[in-house]
Design a protein around this ligand. Structure first.
Ligand code: ABU
Length: 367
């Protein structure tokens, strides 16, 4: 068995070792403030909770297993987490929720920066214990790689003070949500540092972090202090009425090239660092679907939630024909992957993975 080395500084260097999530025992958790704020007002998920139907769990696992096998065939080592019992309630001195979420998607929980894997604080109560799904792997990496830094951000209390009560209605309406997003008024307050790992994109020395529902300014400041050798940039996307996780909004493909969701344009003042260094920010192609699959939290823009295998090769969901065509036009080899049947479990190809090793070192792309 090959010993582990943890090393990954960006989203595009050649991928050699990755974690792929599992759908086992995934739940639709009961209502709670940050989660409800993300569920679209016309969603079939409103008011539902409980274990996801077994046939959907089985289908998602088949797709995730097949994706893992595709990566393995290309010489990439794939590890899988060990699911905990997500039917158990989560109780702390500060909150109670009747079930947990699942062991998908790993990208939300684990942030790899160089030789470190950092467990995010998370901002949903139902995801408070989610790191436990990954502890067997992280313990193994720690035993095998003497340079591996296993870090965990301070666990948040997630009391009601963490959430703006204005977001507790299911009748806010898109217009009001967009106004709030433009004002950077999100469901999470500044009570304590909060971040999900999937709000962070890695560009070597620079970390680009989305301020939104799942990451607050204190969370971004915590990351800044935790990574003193990095420059940490807060970004926001006012066109997104449900802003969680940056990876269906802003997708770096290789040095100098990023796809941006055309409905969630990066504001002009935040584009400067990219443009000043010759980076091109292109509109992503339209999704091939008008609606997400049933019981799915995410938007149709999982079309651009791609996994870059190296600067010339990208995995794209196989039904996303427009996104595949655009990648082809951009000169990338496209690896189609069937994953739409697993979208409901928390996301697409980028979401359902977490980097362990990419070749390369920490470079400065914005000198
Ligand atoms: N986890 C990414 C979801 C983003 C979106 O719904 O567009």
């Amino acid at each position: 068995m090959q010993k582990t080395t943890v090393n990954s500084w960006n989203e595009w260097d050649p991928l050699k070792h990755v974690i792929v999530g599992r759908a086992d025992d995934c739940h639709i958790p009961p209502a709670e403030p940050a989660l409800d704020a993300k569920v679209p007002e016309d969603s079939d998920m409103r008011g539902q909770w409980g274990r996801r139907p077994q046939d959907t769990i089985d289908e998602a696992n088949e797709l995730l297993d097949a994706f893992a096998a595709q990566l393995t065939k290309r010489g990439i080592r794939v590890d899988r987490p060990t699911p905990i019992n997500h039917a158990l309630p989560a109780t702390t001195p500060d909150f109670h929720t009747d079930s947990q979420f699942g062991c998908m998607p790993p990208r939300d929980v684990l942030l790899t920066v160089g030789s470190e894997i950092l467990e995010a604080t998370m901002s949903y109560r139902c995801r408070w214990f989610e790191y436990l799904n990954y502890r067997p792997l992280l313990q193994q990496y720690w035993e095998e790689d003497p340079n591996f830094r296993h870090e965990a951000a301070p666990k948040p209390r997630l009391t009601d003070a963490d959430y703006h009560p204005d977001y507790l209605s299911d009748k806010i309406g898109t217009e009001k949500r967009l106004q709030w997003a433009a004002e950077k008024f999100f469901v999470t307050t500044e009570e304590e540092p909060l971040f999900d790992a999937a709000d962070v994109l890695r560009f070597g020395r620079d970390l680009v972090v989305q301020h939104g529902f799942t990451t607050n300014l204190k969370g971004i400041e915590w990351l800044r202090r935790h990574f003193p050798d990095h420059r940490v940039h807060a970004v926001n996307f006012p066109g997104d009425p449900y802003p969680i996780h940056i990876d269906a909004t802003f997708t770096p493909l290789r040095p100098g090239l990023i796809l941006n969701n055309p409905g969630r344009r990066l504001p002009d003042d935040q584009r400067k660092m990219f443009e000043a260094n010759g980076w091109e920010i292109k509109d992503a192609a339209q999704p091939a679907h008008n609606t997400p699959p049933p019981l799915c939290y995410s938007s149709t823009w999982l079309s651009m939630n791609v996994l870059v295998l190296d600067p010339k090769t990208v995995c794209v969901e196989a039904s996303e024909v427009y996104q595949m065509e655009q990648m082809d036009r951009l000169g990338l080899e496209v690896v189609p992957v069937n994953l739409r049947g697993a979208y409901a479990f928390g996301g697409g190809l980028h979401c359902c993975t977490a980097d362990v090793y990419r070749e390369g070192s920490c470079e400065d792309y914005f000198p």
